[in-house]
Design a protein around this ligand. Sequence first.
Ligand code: G6P
Length: 365
Amino acid sequence: ALMEKGNYRHFMEKEIHDQPEGCQRTIAAYVDMVAGATTFEGVDLAGVERIQVVGCGTAYLAGLVGKYLIEPLADLPVDVDVASEFRYRQPALRENTLTIAISQSGETADTLAALRYCKDKGLQTAVVVNAQGSTMAREADVVWPIYCGPEIGVASTKAFTAQVSVLTALAVAAARARGRIDAAEEKRLVGVLVEAPRLIAESINLEEAVQGIAHEVSKARDVLYLGRGPMYPLALEGALKLKEISYIHAEGYAAGELKHGPIALVDEETPIVILAPYDSYFEKSASNMSEVMARGGQVVFITDPEGERHAPAGAKVVVTAPRCDPLIAPLVMSAPIQLLAYQVAVQKGADVDQPRNLAKSVTVE
Ligand code: G6P
């Protein structure tokens, strides 16, 4: 039954809708709701001095979101590497570094090689994995599963938000273990995290709002995705998702880099997706929005109700996700970019679940 599409046209659509449940089950595994505490087993987080994340594709981008959550909250340095680069670039590793491999399948060749590389160097290794019987799950010292159920669509959706769920809980756990937050703050943040599945569900309801622009975007030659802070890795993920399944050239950029290159691409034909909840980065993102609009760019502004009120006028479309604590914004803002990619691909008649040239799991280098 798990392998069936039910009433959905594609596995990807079903898996987008599976996310509230997948995140809820995953979060429940890493928090004790009664105590209001995180429960990470297998690693002494107080003794960890550095985290090295490795992964490929969407799993790598989940790691990048993790960096933006863990570093400020836990004051713990996090390096994130594409596994295929990491394994060959002779990284300068130090003791008391925890390696975290992130992989839906647990079989991706480069990620597995990177995991083995760190193990050989004597580092402690953990894997955030969906397939619990996989090679990585067997070989890592510690296994931190995600519980979103099997993912069939080649373009990852529910595995991404489940991976981000684990890393969000880890950020809270590390902050607590390192004495950066007290028990009351941990309890508050656990409460915030537990609310995420409901808000993700609300954000999936934006399907119709997104539908309104899918046709327009499907005619574009290039699409830019911009974000700051944790919305930067999400911009990368939005661009990856779109190019994977719709074959439209898309690029994710840190919004502050706009002036250093991508603004040259902006004309009347270019949709620019800006991810900007009303957070400490908002004013900066809003001014980037004005800059691209001044050059004719068609802005798809993905924000929250407060951001909608403060946004400069002139966006082509405003997609208003629910307001949430910044801790869970990456989770809540994921659905709109997944839905956009999905609907654009459907508009183009592309094979959403089996995009050309891509494989669900890349077990050769
Ligand atoms: C392939 C898939 C991607 C996935 C990546 C990493 O490229 O098409 O969706 O993100 O592999 O896969 P993993 O199983 O290691 O998460």
